[in-house]
Design a protein around this ligand. Structure first.
Ligand code: COA
Length: 367
């Protein structure tokens, strides 16, 4: 191509795999060993020992700590609930992520990141729960400022807080995970000097996609379609034969089973609430084993194992959330990481602005 030397530099892989785009003190994803460290702690320990508010305090380096943040989030949930009448038809969207994105976009950032992150995190739970209620044909339930964030989200969404500890383990497990697509989107927006609400709206858009946060609903659809463990192989082969991917399997970074899958699998095990959730778990395990073997045979070069979404589906169903709200519930947890990354990105003061190699036509030579 005249005027452009196509050999002047290598284009990095189109998915930016293996490219380190930031230094972060927030989390480390070790894809070879299957280890996730969040704020200096293994995700297994964090999920077993820390509550949602404590993870906010750790990732936001907020000196007001677990209790201070608990009260601030409680107050902010009440204020977010008062905003609902001013959201127009946002929460009537048939897709929960469309509704949540539109509702969050109504917020305006005040400029103080410490206050904005509490407001946005509180609003995420209140709006996602309100979407669940509206879509069940019921009025939104008001927050209880004295409740824990996880228990209050569950009660506002489903009317019951009975399985709140399992949901809290989930929210903690997904709060932060390296440079995933939605976090990167948030950091790109933050790098332009834009505000937290804009960064979070961009992140919601990225999270919505089925290759990122949109997988757990389809995982449940798959379990429904398979029905019985003996039917798993035939169903999975047909799905792959039709050129579709198996939801909840494979990961860009992990070459072993996603450590979060084990954390969530154990959390479901601990529920042992109903024969129904035990049967779901048995089916999920059988489908996972079969999918792993089939994918291993098809892709011996690439170890495709269960990712976080596989057992997210089983857990969120067991706590009583509707599958249409699974991705929105992911956002209720992941917003903590987005806020932390926006703060970290701001401290760099550097605009993220890569280049693209032009491969289009050149203007006519006569010009
Ligand atoms: N089902 C079937 N095939 C899959 C697969 C899956 N879940 N995941 C990857 N593959 C295939 C790819 O099609 C590719 O095959 P090809 O070389 O013949 O085209 C090969 O395995 C290698 O893919 P890989 O490079 O590992 O995928 P990626 O890094 O681009 O994608 C995901 C990672 C997560 C997007 C991908 O595994 C996926 O789509 N999984 C299902 C969706 C999901 O669960 N998302 C939640 C992620 S936490």
């Amino acid at each position: 191509m005249e005027g452009i030397d196509p050999t002047r530099s290598e284009v990095v892989a189109s998915g930016l795999e293996g490219v380190e785009v930031a230094s972060t003190a927030l989390s480390h994803v070790d894809g070879e060993q299957g280890r996730l460290i969040v704020a200096g702690r293994d995700v297994e320990d964090l999920a077993a020992q820390a509550g949602f508010e404590e993870v906010c305090a750790l990732l936001w380096e907020d000196a007001s700590g677990r209790e201070g943040l608990g009260s601030a989030l409680g107050r902010a949930r009440v204020l977010a609930f008062e905003e609902i009448p001013r959201l127009g038809s946002a929460l009537e969207a048939s897709d929960a992520m469309d509704g949540l994105r539109a509702a969050i976009a109504h917020l305006s950032a005040g400029g103080d990141l410490r206050e904005d992150r509490v407001r946005v995190t509180a609003a995420m739970a209140v709006f996602a729960a309100a979407w669940c209620r509206i879509h069940a044909g019921a009025p939104p339930l008001a927050p209880d400022a004295g409740s824990s964030h996880a228990a209050d989200y569950l009660r506002m969404a489903t009317g019951s807080r009975e399985q709140a500890r399992a949901l809290e383990a989930y929210l903690v497990t997904v709060a932060e995970h390296g440079m995933n697509a939605s976090t990167f989107a948030a950091r790109v927006v933050a790098s332009t000097g834009s505000d937290l609400v804009s960064a979070v709206v961009a992140a919601l858009g990225a999270l919505k996609g089925p290759l990122h946060g949109g997988a757990p609903g389809p995982v449940l659809d798959m379990l429904d379609a398979v029905g019985e463990p003996e039917r798993a192989a035939a169903w999975l082969e047909a799905e792959l034969g039709a050129g579709r991917r198996i939801m909840g399997m494979g990961h860009r970074v992990y070459r072993v089973r996603d450590p979060r899958a084990a954390v969530l699998e154990r959390a479901v095990e601990a529920l042992e609430r109903t024969g129904n959730s035990a049967a779901r778990l048995r089916l999920a395990r059988a489908v996972e084993r079969t999918a792993e073997a089939i994918l291993q045979a098809r892709h011996p070069e690439r170890r495709l194992r269960a990712n976080v979404e596989f057992y997210t589906a089983v857990l969120l169903e067991a706590v009583g959330l509707p599958r249409e709200a699974f991705a929105a519930t992911f956002a209720v947890g992941r917003v903590v990481g987005w806020c932390a990354h926006v703060a970290e990105q701001r401290r760099t003061g550097r605009l993220i602005r890569p280049s693209a190699r032009y491969v289009g036509p050149m203007p006519p030579a006569s010009r």
